[in-house]
Design a binder for this molecule. Structure first.
Ligand code: SF4
Ligand code: SF4
Length: 460
């Protein structure tokens, strides 16, 4: 089953007990996917692209992530930890990369593998894509799953530009399977566990776009692994280097940072990070205002995966550590796949996705006639709303509330300013107005409370 036209899998879980309905998440969501309904945060699945902005913005840490349990690894004879370079960039200097690798083995994995090791395969595929799409450039990177989903729902006309190339974690997974099965290991004995830096990559593993099913067995929280590694790293026994496949290069280490997919290319490229910056570029691309770019690297997080919402360390420090680390490694150009001709041919085949289909967000439904009527209705409603975009209705903007009303998903009385006018005109009793507000925001919401956490306590 391909996931292009199915409901997206989402890994976000809102804890209603922790949530104080502050609307920070509602306000930051780039696709206007969040509403407050009957005192609870409601995420509209068809709109969510798993960018993680809401997780970052929540001062209560009320939006959690659905990870797999580390215990799951013991169901397999060969237990492979797949982790991105940015995970290595989380640790302080004294925890060297050798210690990190050794700690994975100490903690029960049989193999530890940095997903950017065989990155030369992706470089070749990207070059092939640019060549094959000469008449319809730029090719847009498929690296960031949040960007792929964003394009599918908000810029459906651009889906044909997305590179049909899988991500490094898929590459690593296939590479490891290939290496182990060549040694006679049964595929069913191999468990591949990805230590993922962000929400979008969990979703990409659980419901890959343009692919039937991921070969990855589970996703593990980087916080869980970081804490476990920190607890054992100082005392780990000497590292058995034979367990390590040494394919890491400068390009691989920096791949998930901004410019990671572009700095080594000779063609004309552009790298953009931050989801709101990406949206601006996609709008310009859709309007045909961007010319002469061959390859467009777009990443949802500011500083790319170094700012993965599941990573705890400062993103600038992570970037600095990885750039310094990369200097110690050879360039990929000196270790091309031609060293082992033919060996990667099947791997390259497995790294190509099926066609990525658009999944346009139909704001007013699929029925064109009804949609036109609803759109007009939303315009009329907008005439009456104050245009303050305060969020006190539970929608991010007055326009979003108007659309919800036109679709029958909200009422005029959700607007507190309209309620005020109605009270002044005697159209609604003050008690009734308060009752409506309490229904939306919770019964004790308007009692004095000096323990509230505000925006200044938001995470990084
Ligand atoms: S940002 Fe505010 S409204 Fe959103 S989940 Fe967190 S506490 Fe609730
Ligand atoms: S993950 Fe991103 S798109 Fe999804 S609800 Fe949160 S902010 Fe919105």
């Amino acid at each position: 089953m391909m996931h292009d036209n199915e409901t997206f899998h989402h890994a976000l879980i809102v804890d209603d007990q922790k949530c104080i309905r502050c609307t920070h998440c509602v306000k930051v969501c780039p696709t206007e996917a969040i509403r407050i309904v009957d005192g609870k945060v409601h995420i509209r699945e068809e709109r969510c692209v798993d960018c993680g902005e809401c997780v970052r913005a929540c001062p209560q840490k009320a939006i959690g992530i659905d990870h797999d349990d580390l215990e799951l690894i013991h169901a397999y004879k060969y237990r492979v930890a797949l982790f991105p370079s940015v995970f290595v960039g989380q640790f302080p200097e004294r925890v060297t990369e050798d210690k990190i690798y050794a700690s994975f083995l100490e903690l029960g994995f049989t193999h530890a593998f940095e997903v950017e090791q065989p990155i030369g395969v992706l470089k070749e595929l990207i070059r092939d894509e640019i060549k094959a799409n000469k008449s319809d450039l730029p090719v847009i990177s498929s690296f960031c799953p949040a960007i792929v989903r964003l394009i599918q729902i908000l810029y459906p006309s651009l889906t044909g530009h997305i590179a049909r190339v899988k991500a490094p974690h898929d590459l690593a997974a296939h590479y490891v399977i290939d290496r182990l099965t060549r040694k006679g290991v049964a595929p069913s004995d191999i468990g591949l566990f990805y230590i993922t830096p962000c929400v979008a990559k969990i979703a990409a593993v659980k419901a890959p776009v343009g692919e039937e099913k991921s070969v990855i067995s589970g996703v593990i929280s980087p916080t869980v692994m970081y804490n476990k590694i920190m607890a054992v790293a100082d005392d780990v026994p000497p590292f058995d280097k034979t367990k390590l496949w040494k394919g890491l290069t400068k390009e691989g280490i920096q791949w998930s940072l901004t410019h990671g997919e572009t700095w080594w290319q000779n063609s004309r490229t552009m790298a953009v990070d931050g989801i709101h910056n990406a949206i601006k570029i996609l709008e310009r691309l859709e309007n045909d205002e961007i010319k002469n770019i061959d390859y467009l690297e777009l990443r949802a997080c500011d500083r790319s995966c170094a700012a993965g919402v599941l990573l705890a360390q400062n993103r600038f420090l992570t970037v600095e550590r990885l750039k310094r680390r990369a200097k110690r490694y050879p360039s990929d150009e000196k270790k091309t796949m031609t060293e082992e001709p033919g060996k990667y041919a099947t791997l390259k085949e497995k790294m190509t996705t099926a066609e990525i289909n658009p999944r346009p967000l139909l704001r007013f439904g699929a029925d064109m006639e009804k949609a036109m009527t609803r759109m007009q209705r939303a315009r009329n409603i907008m005439c009456h709303l104050p245009g303050i975009d305060c969020g006190a209705c539970g929608a991010p903007t007055c326009q979003a509330l108007a659309e919800d009303m036109a679709n029958g998903e909200a009422k005029m009385s959700d607007c507190i300013f309209i309620q005020q006018l109605w009270q002044k005109d005697g159209k609604v009793e003050p008690d009734k107005a308060l009752e409506r507000m309490e229904k939306k925001w919770g019964e004790n919401r308007f009692d004095p409370d000096c323990t509230k956490i505000g925006a200044k306590n938001e995470s990084n």
